[in-house]
Write a protein that binds this ligand. Structure first.
Ligand code: HPA
Length: 249
């Protein structure tokens, strides 16, 4: 089954016909909220709001392990994560949708692995290509089908948050090769890989990163909500097409 993790601006899926919700407990604690099951165009989908349904859980407090564990426990094989990002690359202006293909992790002090050594054999996952290429291509094909412009590829830098970045930090991230910044991409992607889930993300650029364009002196925080809202309608359209194109959610 396809699972969708909604981020800022996407705490519910308007096009999801809900069949039931399930409160879950996992060996890692409780996920961000009950799992929502339903159908999009008659195809089964499960949905989880990463920050809780009331958007109350900040990025560093999300129980990523419980979320991913619960999704897999409920039969998810593929996961599409939706997230809001700040744009660094020149073409990643507010309102742009992008399917990243690489990650740099700057987060810290998060529970970032299922393989933490408690009498388990030491386990390493391959993470050369951090996103499922199959799910990335499904997203890009769905975007084409939906007639929604969506950039193919880019380096997602995961920052700790919850504060936004300094201009100097953004310069450093840019020199490192980052194209966009978000606070939730890690450890989510790595945990999905550890569980054998096929995981990819669609990112919505909601602001120019600190020090760039209209964010030269400050990020216009009041602009983020409206930009996210408009762009998430397009994301919903693409998700509908992912489900429809695929036929077997
Ligand atoms: N930086 C980090 N995370 C973000 C940003 C940003 O500018 N915008 C949305 N999430």
């Amino acid at each position: 089954m396809l699972a969708i993790i909604g981020g800022t601006g996407l705490t519910q899926l308007a096009n999801l016909e809900i069949t039931h919700r399930q409160v879950m407990r996992t060996p890692y604690g409780e996920p961000s909220g009950p799992m929502t099951f339903g159908t999009i165009k008659q195809h089964e989908v499960m949905f989880l709001a990463r920050h809780g349904y009331g958007h109350t859980i900040p990025p560093h407090s999300v129980n990523y392990r419980a979320n991913l564990w619960a999704l897999r426990d409920q039969g998810a094989q593929r996961v599409i994560a939706v997230s809001a990002v700040g744009g660094i690359r020149a073409d990643l202006v507010p309102g742009t949708l992008v399917v990243p293909d690489q990650i740099i992790d700057y987060t810290h002090d998060r529970a970032f692995t299922f393989f933490d050594g408690n009498e388990q054999a030491v386990t390493h996952i391959d993470f050369t290509l951090p996103y499922s290429e199959r799910v990335r291509q499904e997203l890009l094909a769905a975007a084409r089908h939906a007639g929604e412009a969506c950039a193919d590829g880019g380096v997602y830098a995961a920052t700790q948050g919850p504060r936004l970045d300094t201009a100097a930090e953004v310069n450093r991230y840019r020199r490192d090769g980052a194209d966009m910044l978000g606070m939730t991409g890690m450890p989510e992607a790595a945990l999905a890989r550890e569980l054998g889930l096929e995981y990819a993300a669609i990112a919505v650029v909601v602001n120019p990163a600190a020090g760039i364009g209209s964010s030269t002196r400050a990020i216009e925080l009041d602009q983020i909500g409206p930009v996210a809202q408009t762009a998430m309608a397009r994301v919903r359209h693409i998700l509908e097409c992912v489900v429809e194109c695929d036929g077997a959610a």
